[in-house]
Design a protein around this ligand. Structure first.
Ligand code: S3P
Length: 173
């Protein structure tokens, strides 16, 4: 079974993904890292060199490749569910978990980690605040298509495990 963790930048997808994969005995894939490996350059370099739509195509390809491995937790990028019908793809090939967080909570997470994220790297504090509010509002329609929604601020790994088990009792113990 494949578990996809989705949510806005800074919602803790990688941290929760690592913990969850340990708990389930699954492998772990961080989608941004898999993209960087495939492209032999950083996500920021891909955005600068090629632009966002190139990145979105690679992201969709690497997502489909990564999903072929069974018993895997995949931590997606913040934009993954919102492009190339990826949300439908994920709901059809595994279980999706949205780490929900408010714009205010995301602001306090992202204010000190702008640099490695090309979409917010050049923004000042008030631009960042605007960007988070606007894109969260746009993206929530995809995020809310998730099978499970959990609190990103205080994620409870046992709760996620039981939610996943409730849909797939044979593969998860
Ligand atoms: C993006 C989020 C990033 C990365 C890229 C685009 C987005 O991932 O995929 O910079 O569109 O929200 P994280 O959510 O892991 O920061």
């Amino acid at each position: 079974m494949v578990v996809y963790l989705i949510g806005f930048m800074g919602s803790g997808k990688s941290t929760v993904g690592k913990k969850l994969s340990k708990r389930l005995g699954f492998s772990f894939i961080d989608l941004d890292s898999a993209i960087e490996l495939a492209e032999e350059r950083t996500v920021s370099e891909i955005f600068t060199d090629e632009g966002e739509s190139y990145f979105r195509n690679i992201e969709a390809d690497v997502l489909r490749d990564s999903s072929k491995k069974s018993d895997t937790v995949i931590s997606c990028g913040g934009g993954t569910p919102c492009f190339n019908e990826n949300m439908d793809f994920m709901n059809n090939t595994g279980q999706t978990v949205y780490l929900e967080m408010t714009a205010a909570a995301l602001m306090s997470r992202l204010i000190n980690s702008r640099n490695k994220r090309p979409l917010i790297a050049g923004l000042d504090d008030s631009e960042l605040d605007h960007f988070i509010r606007r894109s969260l509002a746009e993206r929530e329609k995809w995020y809310r298509m998730s099978m499970h929604i959990i609190d990103g601020l205080n994620p409870d790994i046992n709760q996620v495990t039981s939610l996943l088990q409730s849909r797939d009792p044979y593969n998860l113990r």
